[in-house]
Write a protein that binds this ligand. Structure first.
Ligand code: FCB
Length: 468
């Protein structure tokens, strides 16, 4: 797959390319210019929570180096850049006084992008809840959804004239279940009711934010989900039942209310009496199910599940909302350094499955896809990351297959522009098209960066869109 190689996946005219990052993973400047603390500051500063006690205090220092990073984006020739706003930069305590310097930072970033011909795609919530709101119950309580709506209104009013695409939430599955049930992410809770309440309040927050964005005449409004292609390890009845529970946990909690205006049919089978919790109110489904302009899908790898021998409340359980299943890895394939199996065809299956199931499915954007590998730096500083290039190639080909099968996929964002803070895994996992030396903060484009640039150029030439 050299630049001249005709083996680039063939995508339709008008298909858009981008890269994605998230505020806490790249910005640094955690206590500068009035930014308030978020749950990720607290979590990463708590001993034992992140690999090597890593924090986002400095990270890639994108807050100060955003011009260099936008220049890298311009060099790639991407149409769009997906980044997230740190809620606690705009509203240090989540509600109340606004921080003008925080507002100014995203003005500068957006204007820099537009000057480079790159359209901003903004995620309002990429996991960094203001700590002040967590102190009042976090996503367990409905007030947080109302606070989110006010924050969305503020952002829409300030940036709505320049932002092309708004993503309310990134992967609410992780916010609710990894944050409040497994405890692997901030705020590190291990609760079952709390996690289900969080899931619902996140959906309510999304619905309220959509209203605010519509009122502010925002251009495109959607949400990003990490949907999973899940298999049962066998066709035994107990494994198939585990698969159905996993489908509720990973996918249907989100897709059913958002895309079909109902709660999952099998929720009682999955959660028992917790399913219909007191956090639900009349009118919520109408709010949550309001039409969207697009659905963002993040995809990295498929999952296989088996029935666990018994249900338990043990903290070792994979999730505190223990639904009696185990995730296995039976894939006879290669893996990324995250331990994730590489199965590009699973992305095609996932997209085709969504298309078949939901007649109201809006256009889809792949808002994240990418891979972490052991990058080796050659003596001349270059990084020949052929595994990453192959991963991206094969997943773009999987997207092309889904489009050929009738799914309306509009664009694709590589995760990530830069190596960055990979949550509980600290700095050990490198996903970037651009290498970051964390001692010097020097950025070095990897081979995959050049490959992606050439793919975008070739796509424009083939579809006769003007080159940048
Ligand atoms: C996704 C997150 C993103 C990044 C990738 C690897 O779940 O949305 O921030 O960490 O995984």
């Amino acid at each position: 797959m050299t630049p001249a190689d005709p083996d680039f996946p063939v995508l339709p005219a008008g298909f858009r390319f981008g890269t994605a990052t998230a505020a806490y993973q790249v910005e640094g400047a955690h206590d500068q210019d009035g930014r308030g603390p978020s749950i990720w500051d607290t979590f990463s500063h708590t001993p034992g929570r992140t690999l090597g006690a890593a924090t986002g205090d400095t990270s890639c220092d994108h807050y100060h180096r955003y011009q260099e990073d936008v220049a890298l984006l311009r060099g790639l020739g991407v149409d769009s850049y997906r980044f997230s706003i740190a809620w606690s930069r705009l509203l240090p305590r989540g509600t109340g006084p606004v921080n003008p310097k925080g507002l100014d930072f995203y003005d500068r970033l957006i204007d820099e992008l537009l000057a480079a011909g790159i359209r901003p795609a903004v995620t309002l919530y990429h996991w960094d809840l203001p700590q002040a709101l967590e102190d009042r119950g976090g996503w367990r309580v409905r007030e947080t959804a109302a606070a989110f709506a006010a924050y969305a209104a503020l952002a829409a009013e300030r940036y709505g004239d320049r932002v092309e695409r708004w993503i309310t939430l990134n992967e609410p599955y992780c916010s609710a279940f990894v944050g409040y049930a497994e405890g692997r992410h901030a705020p590190g809770a291990r609760e079952s009711g709390g996690a289900l309440a969080a899931a619902h309040h996140l959906l309510v927050a999304h619905g309220l934010a959509v209203r605010e964005l519509r009122d502010a005449a925002a251009r495109e409004v959607g949400i990003t989900l990490n949907l999973d292609r899940i298999h049962a390890v066998s066709s035994l009845p107990e494994d198939r039942a585990a698969l159905r529970r996993a489908e509720v946990l990973h996918n249907e909690v989100w897709t059913e209310p958002l895309l079909a205006g109902r709660y999952p049919a099998r929720e009682t089978e999955t959660w028992g009496g917790l399913a219909d919790g007191p956090w639900r109110r009349p009118g919520d489904l109408e709010l949550i199910g309001a039409p969207l302009d697009f659905l963002g899908v993040n995809f990295y790898r498929p999952i296989t599940v088996a029935a666990a021998p018994h249900r338990s409340d043990e903290v070792e359980a994979r999730t505190a909302v223990d639904i009696g299943l185990t995730e296995l890895d039976p894939y006879g394939t290669t893996h990324t350094t995250m331990g994730w199996p590489i199965v590009p065809g699973a992305l095609t299956e996932l997209l085709c499955g969504l298309h078949a199931r939901y007649p109201q499915l809006p256009p889809v954007w792949i808002t994240e896809n990418g891979a972490a590998f052991e990058d080796e730096v050659a003596p001349d500083g270059s990084v020949h990351d052929t595994s990453r290039t192959a991963y991206l190639h094969d997943h773009l080909a999987a997207v092309a297959d889904a489009i050929a099968a009738g799914v309306d996929v509009r664009g694709y964002y590589v995760w990530s522009l830069l190596d960055n803070f990979e949550w509980a895994r600290g700095y050990a996992q490198r996903f970037g098209l651009v290498r970051v030396d964390y001692d010097t903060l020097t950025r070095t484009p990897k081979d995959s960066y050049h490959w992606y640039r050439d793919l975008i150029t070739a796509h424009r030439a083939r579809t006769e869109e003007p080159a940048r």
